[in-house]
Ligand binder design. Sequence first.
Ligand code: MG
Length: 278
Amino acid sequence: MKLYTYLQDGKERVGAERDGYIYPVKNAEDMLSLIRGGEVRISDENGIKADEAVLCAPIPRPAQDVICLGINYTEHGREAAEYNKEAFLRERPYAIYFSKRVSEAAAPGAEIDSYAGLVKKLDYECELAFIIGKDAKNVAREDAPGYIFGYTVINDISARDLQTDHKQWYFGKSLDGFTPMGPCIVTADEIGYPPVLAVKSYVNGEPRQNSSTEYMVFDPVHIITELSQGMTLKAGTVIATGTPAGVGMGFDPPRFLKSGDEVVCEIEGIGRLINKIR
Ligand code: MG
């Protein structure tokens, strides 16, 4: 099932898609309460055409910082190390976790500030994100898939200069607008496990990333099992699984984003997340 947050009469609503129409869900105020409630009851109100709906990010205001995986595709590790050895070249027997502040996730179609006075090296990262469906602590590997509520697309927009200057990636990944999300959440039952989905991005129509989630180094089961040994992953937690090769810093010379560029992040079975740089 595809779940959306969308605007109707200026108000955010949660809906489910059926035959090209989005119908409001009647038992939830917002997506987080729908996830925590665990059941989707579709109302018999009139639906609206999915391709005409004004979409918000599926989780417009995550309850906590988004958890991210760094360098979770081998080819992306290689291009990052070529761009900046000191920052990115290392052996990686363990997953790299960092987080991203998201006061408000940018909607599909939203313009993203380029922060011209602050950022000179603005980059895109198309990523599969998964959403935890129930509080997870000490989860066994075989149970881990059952903790995944669904999947969405995130563009992990990154200011490479802030990211490397400050050593910790938090600031360079967390500027307002740096987490476009959407267009929907596809529930886990529809994707199956493990997710094997094409991951692609385009800048101004030109293909940049073209890979598959099957090449992910640490998969959602690994991530849930490992993190939940010591921390509770609350229902509604968003975890971005890292990006494949083909980001702007991977080109020689690098091809960073500039004002007016259109970035499309596309994941098979979920959809296209399109944003323009302001
Ligand atoms: Mg990333």
